[in-house]
Ligand binder design. Sequence first.
Ligand SMILES: [Zn+2]
Length: 491
Amino acid sequence: MSLSIVGARVWDSDGDLDLPAVRDLHITDGVIVAEPPPQAEIVDATGMLALPGFVNAHHHSYDVLAKGLLERMPFDVWALHSQPAYFGRRPAAELRARTLLSGLECLRSGITTIQDMCSLVPFDEQTLDIILDAYAELGIRVVFSVAVRDVAALDIAAYLTDLPTETLAWVQGRATPAAEQLAFVQAQLKRRPATGLRSWALSPSGPQRCSDELLDGIAALSQDDNLPVFTHVYETRVQTARARDLYRASGGSMIRHLADRGLLSDRTNLVHAVWITPAELELVAGAGSAIVHNPVSNMKLRSGIAPIAAAQRAGVPIALGCDNCSCGDTHNMFQAMKAMCLLTGLREPLPDGIDAAAAMRAATSEGAGAIGRPDLGALQVGQRADITLIKLDDLAYVPLNSATRQVVFGESGRAVQTVVVDGRVVLRDGVATTIDEAALQAEVAELMVGFRRDFAGVVERARPAVQPLLAALALVNERDVGVSAQLTSGR
Ligand SMILES: [Zn+2]
């Protein structure tokens, strides 16, 4: 299958960032090639901007139906209302529809690769198969990881007092033993091996949610199969306080603990790292690990401001994620890029190294690095052909002064016209070519009857825990954890 995209300005991080040069992109068998292939399908992209497909390096597909349902919730309260464990088994049709919906929304914002850190409920092959098959049906690239944890309790559970027994059981949750989860993940790597658009990553949910046995098992799998690892690290002050209490042998450092367990390497991606210290950033840089920044969810969940400019100065690669739909309400990389630049300005009163070009690199080449795919994230000969075409007659680009700045600061996703994944057009003139979107929307509307009912049940069960959670949070907020990531609260 061959394709020639002709007439577009082609964005290149080493080229003219304001007015990228016009050049044609030729594609054969999913790869960008130098010469026009014979009998190629021609895509006229005159008046358009071609961008490398974005890598959404942190995504959870499970709660896309909860978009717009929650706000004004700090992380721990939000978790109680959004985590799949609290919703129990979902209908097969819902698993498929939610995966397609989240993937489609990603495509519409120019995302061609998703790192889906997915919590399987129930933890079985049938659930996994429905989700992987939906991604294949849509034709989007997925780096899939099964989220594992054998400490089921909420991060804040240790700081709670006076909870009713039933509510405490709800907050504590139930965990599957480490060995069982490791065996499951290992079996899936063999049963559904990486192929075409699908590859694998490993995801201990967070160090504090995993026993040493589980972390050691993940480290061994990562090493043996050369798999990237994505794990939530220092997202909140509570998690930071927890690290100070749990990892005394490692100086109270979650990063040192990961290193002690063989999990700080150039395959490791630290998701969030909001409360990381300067000394820990040096460790991360030395190990060649990356940070996946999720500015929108960090803001919405009141988690804090990640030290992204400091991470960049330390030499840590930075990828970008859009995180959950229930704490960001959209899978939109343009919002993430803009927030990355603006939020950094709140931490750094003087100009720093985070500009629009840095945000673009985070969404493209550095995201590709995070998933271990140097053949993605740039539109050069030899790269896989993941390409987004943007209409430059959209008012966001009139007049066109700087393609890079106007994409980062002015684009909403509205001007995304065509998306190509691995040389295949999967979105043409804004319409998905692989699935029937109208049928999907009708199905989602039907499924929402059951989802809303069950969501209301989750809200009811969570209700007695909300005030105790907020009280515990207030206490933890008073605690000095040796680092600051919030503008208020004094520390
Ligand atoms: Zn996450």
